[in-house]
Each structure stands twice: as C-alpha cells, then as structure tokens.
Design a protein around this ligand. Structure first.
Ligand SMILES: Nc1ncnc2c1ncn2[C@@H]1O[C@H](COP(=O)(O)OP(=O)(O)OP(=O)(O)O)[C@@H](O)[C@H]1O
Ligand SMILES: [Mg+2]
Length: 365
C-alpha cells in the first residue's frame, strides 16, 4: 500500500491517538469548509502506546462508538501516523521527473531509513527546487513501519472502515493550517515586519507545534515551505504524571484537575512542565536555526490538547521569546448550530487539528 494514496470518495479523518479516537467529516463549499460529522471518543489508558495498538478490542469498540456518535455513513478513512514508527526526511536529489524518482525511491529510502526496507511502507513528495543548488530538488521522504499501518488497518476493518489514505500527523496539521489560511504568507510577513520593530526584515518562518499527550509534532515552514519536521516525546501526560505525584492523586483525578480545576495545581509543577516543554520545543528551533539563520521563526502556532491549557500561548511566548498563537480550526470552519454544539466544539478546536487536516484529503486534487 502507498502512503498518501487517495480515492475520489469522501474520506473521514480519523485520528487514532494516545487518548482518543477523533473523527471528522467535512464538506467543502464555495464559502469554505463546513463540518459534517464529529466524534471524540476517549480511549482507555494504554490501549495505544507509542502509536502501537496494544488493546485492539478497545480500539475497535471506540471506533464503532465514534461512528455511531458522528452518524457518518462514510467508510473510507484518512488516518495519520506519527512518532517512532515514522521517519520523515527532507532529502536532496538531482532534478528528475516524478516518474523517474518513483523508480529510484526505494534506493533513496534504503539510504536514509534506519529500518529494514522490507519492513516499511515508503513514499515521497517533491517539494520543489533546492534554493542553493538549482541542479537539485528537495524531496520529502516518508517511511513508516508496516506493522504500525497494518495494525491500524486491522482495527479499522474490524469496525467496518477502510484506510484509503495514510498521512503523517505533521502533514495533516500543515494541510489544515494552509487550507484554513493560518499560514497566510502576507499576514506572516506583516507580523514579522512588525515584530522586527523597524529592523531590516529578512525572510520569515513559522512553526506549527501540536502538543498532544505524549508527542509534540513540529513542522517549521520557511516562507511557507516545509523545511524541518520532527516528532518529539513530551506532552500533556507528563503534566498529568507530575500532578499525580505531587498532589498524591490518581491519574484520572489528575486529568480531571487539569481540565476542571486548573487553578488548584501547584504553580511549581506548572513551572516544571512549561520549562521542560519549552526546552523540548527549543531543541527543534535550535536545530532549525543552525541551518536557516537568515529565516528566523517569527510565529509559533500551537495546537493539540495542551493548547487548551489556560494561557499556554503566553507561557510559551515568555519562555521562547517568539510570538505564539493558538491554532483553532473552528475559527475558520462553519459549524452548523442545528447539528452541533458549536461553543463546546470551539473550546476543543485546537485538539481537532489532526483529524481536520486528514478529512481535508477528500478535496485534494
Ligand atoms: N482542557 C484541557 N486542559 C488541559 N489539558 C488538556 C485539556 N484537554 C486535554 N488536555 C490534555 O491534552 C492531552 C491530549 O491532547 P491530544 O488529544 O492532542 O493528544 P493525543 O493526540 O491523544 O496524543 P498524542 O498525539 O501524543 O498521541 C492530554 O494530556 C490531556 O490531558
Ligand atoms: Mg495527537
């Protein structure tokens, strides 16, 4: 099976992640995207660990619940992979046609992927000409361990669904940001110029940072083009565990505290979490800027469950010194009020970016 393959039928975006199954179906009108179906069904802890299905019965059941809750009749799914099972590399190859590259891609994958090539599904996308060397082009190479995709397909088929598009979480996030106008280059450049406060403006870059339970998906776009991608291992679960330990409560009580009585959390714990989290993000920013110093990151767009933490944007801004905005896709998607509780959906919007980006694959050319 190929990654990124598509069919003409409507795809439902299904994000099978550490904490929940999130399902989105969209319609596209002239005026923009309209929400068609939605579900967010929690998964028992440890049903999915490091993107591996551990408890397939629980995952299939949650998928069935999600289908019922959403009321969708669609069967074709776009799903996302991320984390350790996935290798994404931006490589340079001599300029060639897509057709010729197709023939040589497994050779390239073999060079760049630390897994046995027999054990992975691989695919590529041409990004464009290399800025520094016109004889080369930038290509994003993706390889995912077969067993991870096969396990997802199995649980999907047990719930009567079929994966027709396998995407990477970082690409789904970028797709959602692009389609909804959050990466509007003009507005970014304007922001950048303002931020530089009269200094001579160079090129600009923006970072998409999705902070989930265990994984931070980072995608840095230099002038709108994907330049650095990485999945790092830190997230909301680390905060839950800190609360659990320091307040001597159960994991689920700590989760409740995060969501419903945040102000009761010991500020020292929060400080530890914010500081670890920003150190993780900074590692990627440093890595990126080592090769792209003339294109500094001017804006960070945060999403994922941790973007729901009160003032998360301010906390990150204070520690990273980069303007940080919350990426809430429901600010730009029409949510019919007679079908959905628009206010509740808006509140969890940043957590739905991955399934929204996946659902948008229905409308790819
Ligand atoms: N209102 C809230 N306030 C604070 N934290 C929240 C809130 N809602 C969710 N979270 C936290 O966000 C995390 C879940 O986010 P998300 O759904 O993006 O992760 P995930 O996709 O399941 O995980 P991963 O991507 O790591 O596999 C959990 O740690 C959860 O406690
Ligand atoms: Mg996630």
């Amino acid at each position: 099976m190929k990654l990124f393959s598509r069919k003409k039928d409507t795809l439902i975006g299904v994000d099978i992640s550490a904490t929940a199954i999130k399902l989105i179906e969209l319609n596209k009108k002239k005026s923009g995207y309209v929400l068609q179906s939605f579900a967010n069904v929690p998964l028992p802890r440890d049903a999915i660990v490091e993107n591996t299905v551990i408890d397939s019965i629980a995952v299939s059941q949650a998928l069935l619940d999600a289908i019922e809750e959403s009321g969708t009749a669609m069967k074709n799914v776009s799903l996302a992979v991320s984390g350790n099972a996935l290798i994404i590399k931006i490589i340079q190859v001599p300029v060639t046609s897509e057709f010729d590259l197709e023939a040589q891609i497994s050779f390239e994958a073999d060079q760049h992927v630390p897994f046995d090539i027999e054990d992975v599904y691989s695919d590529f996308q041409i990004l464009g000409a290399n800025e520094d060397d016109p004889e080369m082009m930038d290509v994003v190479l993706v390889a995912c361990r077969r067993e991870v995709v096969d396990d997802y397909q199995l649980v999907l088929s047990e719930a009567g669904l079929a994966a027709t598009c396998v995407d990477c979480a970082v690409f789904a996030i970028e797709n959602a940001a692009e389609e909804l106008g959050f990466l509007d280059v003009d507005s970014l450049e304007m922001d950048a110029a303002e931020a530089m406060d009269g200094e001579e403006a160079g090129g600009s870059a923006s970072a998409l940072v999705n902070i989930g339970a265990n994984i931070i998906n980072i995608n840095i776009l230099r002038e709108g083009q994907m330049t650095f991608v990485r999945d790092q291992f830190y997230g909301g679960q680390n905060l839950t565990e800190l609360i659990q330990k320091n307040h001597a409560v159960s994991f689920s009580a700590a989760e409740e505290m995060k969501k419903h009585s945040f102000s009761e959390i010991d500020p020292n714990i929060l400080e530890e979490f914010y500081s670890n989290l920003s150190a993780e993000i900074n590692r990627s920013l440093d890595f990126y800027s080592a090769n792209n110093a003339e294109y500094p990151v001017q804006t960070i767009l945060i999403s994922g469950g941790c973007a729901l933490i009160p003032d998360m944007d301010v906390e990150l801004y204070q520690r990273l010194g980069i303007e940080t905005k919350i990426f809430n896709p429901f600010a730009k998607i029409e949510v019919p009020e007679h079908l959905f509780d628009a206010e509740s959906l808006f509140k969890i919007g940043p957590m739905m970016v991955v399934p929204i980006g996946l659902a948008m694959r229905s409308f790819d050319q």
